[in-house]
Write a protein that binds this ligand. Sequence first.
Ligand SMILES: Nc1ncnc2c1ncn2[C@@H]1O[C@H](COP(=O)(O)OP(=O)(O)OP(=O)(O)O)[C@@H](O)[C@H]1O
Length: 685
Amino acid sequence: MLDRAASQHASRVMSIARDHAHKGERLPDAAIARSWTRCIDGYGLDPTLNRRPLVVERTMLESRQEHLRDLIDIARVEMDSLYQQIAGSGSAILLSDADGVILNCVTSPNLARMFQGAGLWLGANWSEQHEGTNGIGTCVVERQPVTVHRDEHFLSSHIGLACSAAPIFDAHGKLLAVLDASSVNSRDSKQSQFHALALATMSAKTIENCCFQRQFSQSWVLRFHTRPEFVGLLSEGLLAFDGGGRILAGNQSALNQFGQISREELIQLKVSDIFDLSLDVLMGRSSQQTNGGVWPLLDRRGHGYFAMLRAPDVYNVTPISVARRTAPSRSPLQTGGRAAACLDVTPPRMDLSGLAGGDAAMAFNVRCAQKVANRNVTILLNGETGTGKEAFAKAIHEASDRADKAFVAINCASIPENLIESELFGYKHGAFTGARREGMRGKILQAHGGTLFLDEIGDMPPHLQTRLLRVLEEREVVPLGGETPIPVDLHVVSATHRNLQELVAAGSFREDLFYRLNGLVLTLPALRQRQDLREVIRRVLAAEADGQTVRLSEEAHAALLGYAWPGNIRQLRNILRTASALCEDGIVQLDDLPAEIAGRTQPAMSVPPRLALACEAAVPMSLASGADIDAGESSALLSAEKTALLRELEQHRWNMTNTARDLGLSRNTLYRKLKKHGITPPTLS
Ligand SMILES: Nc1ncnc2c1ncn2[C@@H]1O[C@H](COP(=O)(O)OP(=O)(O)OP(=O)(O)O)[C@@H](O)[C@H]1O
């Protein structure tokens, strides 16, 4: 039976919509009035309808998400930031497609059930035709930002909601998506929703501008405004054009600033038809801005603008220091920290969302990790060497409530078997010959309250697996030589590049420990599998260029994109660091890259330039790539590798970190190689 409030709402809606008045009351908001009329006359809806929104099938949802994958990736950061800004009001931030189907949602885990109950969840269709007047659906039809507050909803079943939604358009003015901030059972007034609406509108604009820049990353993009301080901000005009000066697209602000010109007319023009300067002169300006912000230019009507020009991506990698200089200064109020997200030259962010980059598999990993970061769930990270497992573990720690406590990492492959026990569990004074007088707190106790990262867990010796399992089960540790257990509170994240299940099957890894460690298993993609390789290259170069302006030649960029990256991000970092140091005039050419990447033919034992410079020795390729030598490889190759390893180790006085860094290997890989060649560090023999 319809409750009283619902039936009163229904009769009020009908009388206002039909007679445009109800007890002298009129709807102040014209968009809501239009929507109510559409609901009755257009869709034949009945305000007393009480039903949950239609939810599209999972495969349909996935295909809709796939269709807008780039936009969803770009929007993710903005949605997180919008959520942080209005989190206190118990809201969810939703992203729908142009049909009103929700494709992504950010809210607190505590509120998820409530939003799901209200139908504000993935796959739900909030089009006006189905759900009557509502934030998402009405925004889709009105193509402008709207707030639909409580009893402005058409259906009685939605009058607990307060929604503020803003449209996101593509570069050609087509509606792509709607960004919406919604709350359920909100007691706030409509006025207080204006704040949410303003923030949602700014976020939608930021996403729109970022999508524009991403879509035209291979073209020239002019960013301009009549006021210099607005270039680089949300209201800037964007104009994309090709190498011949033909205009490909302009955003709404560009159209507004040019006055009486339609989109269709705009894309018939060349950039020199609008601005009073030749294409050569304009393109020449793209390098000037790195030395001094925006520059003035006139259009053919004599109107003045200020502009920045972004060259096609392939040629243009600017370090963050330069990006900061070129972006006009702005107050925190103006940007709300959002313009930075729009610049595509930021060096890699090593927090969880930053690590996701624009890759779907990483984004999935990040979402899962965020959900369990504060639950007592052990996490096992799989992935090839150098894929960023330790960086990911650290980011999980920093995203958790344990962030202000220790993050302690121990590498089970790099510590000799006889030392792992004391390193991990610690020892009491006099526990064994050579023990320190004062004893030692092991890594487990050092991590108390924080996170213990067990790297290369597959290399943990069997008898220590049993002790570790006991610590994890009983949450207490007994140091060597001690008797009293000490309670310990840990979040355990472990990592391996090996297949633990195979090790279990082979009997070298305890099955019960395996199940204890794999509460959540995440596989970090190899660099060659990442969808955002282009972006990772750009950002890592920006970080490794050490404050210089460094660009990639077209050939060098293509070679980096085509390479298989066996050593993953670590290898990429090392190679770009070397290349940016070697390159002339700030442009990395093919010759600045190692032979195996540049595709230069080389003799079987030739040397990457960096290693050749370092030791003048014939270091096999596998050393630099981080790959292990196959069993079938020649003994000449093996012995060359051993000689090169020994020489490097001697040069670095057996400092493993420095040796690994200079060889471009991870410490794990270096230790594996030592093991394979039977090389034992002198101090440990
Ligand atoms: N998303 C990223 N962007 C830029 N650099 C990254 C990223 N992820 C990791 N790195 C860097 O790549 C290098 C390798 O990362 P990390 O040591 O975390 O890899 P790993 O998978 O733990 O390697 P291993 O298995 O060899 O221990 C580090 O220098 C790290 O800072």
